[in-house]
Write a protein that binds this ligand. Structure first.
Ligand code: K2U
Ligand code: ZN
Length: 172
C-alpha cells in the first residue's frame, strides 16, 4: 500500500506526453497498485500515471468507488480507435486541478484498445461516465488537462486561481 503525492497545476510535468509501456511486468503492476492506492486516498475515480509524476502511458479507474464499491481497472497504452460524432457534455473535475469544475464536451461513445494487467490486448466500448473518464485520463497521457477544453477566458481565470492557491500552499 503506497500512496504517492498527486501533482497539481500549474506544473510543467502535467504537459508531458507520456511514453508507451514496452513490457507489462511486475514493476508496472506495482506502479498500477500504487496508482490505485493514490486514487482512493484522494477520493478520485480515475488517475493517470503522470499525475504521480511517472510519464508512462497507463491509467487506473474505479467508477464503482463513488458508490463505495471497489472495482479498480487498469488501462496500459490505451488508444481510442473509434469515437462517435455525437457529443456529450459532462461536468468534469480533476485531482490535479483542485476545486475546479467545468462542463466539457467529448464524443458520447468510444471504442478503446489497451493492454490489461497481464499484458493482453483488450477492446472496450464505452459511453456515459466511463467514456468521459477514459477520454479525460487519456488526455493526461498526452499532456492535456480538461481545462484545455474550456474557453481561453475561463482558463485564464482558473489558472490565476490555481497559481495563487499554489503560492499560498508553498508559503506554508
Ligand atoms: O484525472 C483525475 O483527476 C481523475 C478524475 C476523473 C474524472 C474526470 C472527469 C470526469 C469523470 C472522472 C477525478 O476523479 S474527477 C472527481 C474528483 C475530482 C477532484 C477531487 C475528487 C474527485
Ligand atoms: Zn484529471
Amino acid at each position: 500500500m503506497t500512496i504517492r503525492p498527486i501533482i497539481t497545476a500549474p506544473d510543467p510535468r502535467l504537459k508531458t506526453v507520456s511514453e508507451a509501456v514496452d513490457r507489462v511486468n511486475d514493476s508496472i503492476r506495482k506502479l498500477a497498485d500504487d496508482m490505485v492506492d493514490s486514487m482512493y486516498a484522494a477520493d478520485g475515480i480515475g488517475l493517470a500515471a503522470i499525475q504521480i509524476g511517472v510519464p508512462k502511458r497507463m491509467l487506473v479507474m474505479d467508477l464503482d468507488q463513488k458508490d463505495g464499491g471497489r472495482n479498480p481497472r487498469l488501462f496500459i497504452n490505451p488508444k481510442v480507435v473509434w469515437a462517435s460524432e455525437e457529443m456529450a457534455k459532462m461536468e468534469e473535475g480533476c485531482l490535479s486541478v483542485p476545486e475546479v469544475w467545468e462542463d466539457v464536451e467529448r464524443p458520447a461513445r468510444i471504442t478503446a484498445e489497451y493492454l490489461d494487467r497481464d499484458g493482453a490486448l483488450q477492446t472496450l466500448e464505452a459511453d456515459g461516465l466511463l467514456a468521459t473518464c477514459l477520454q479525460h485520463e487519456i488526455d493526461h497521457l498526452n499532456g492535456v488537462l480538461f481545462i484545455d477544453h474550456i474557453s481561453r477566458l475561463k482558463r485564464g481565470i482558473v489558472m490565476r486561481k490555481l497559481t495563487k492557491a499554489k503560492k499560498l500552499k508553498d508559503a506554508g
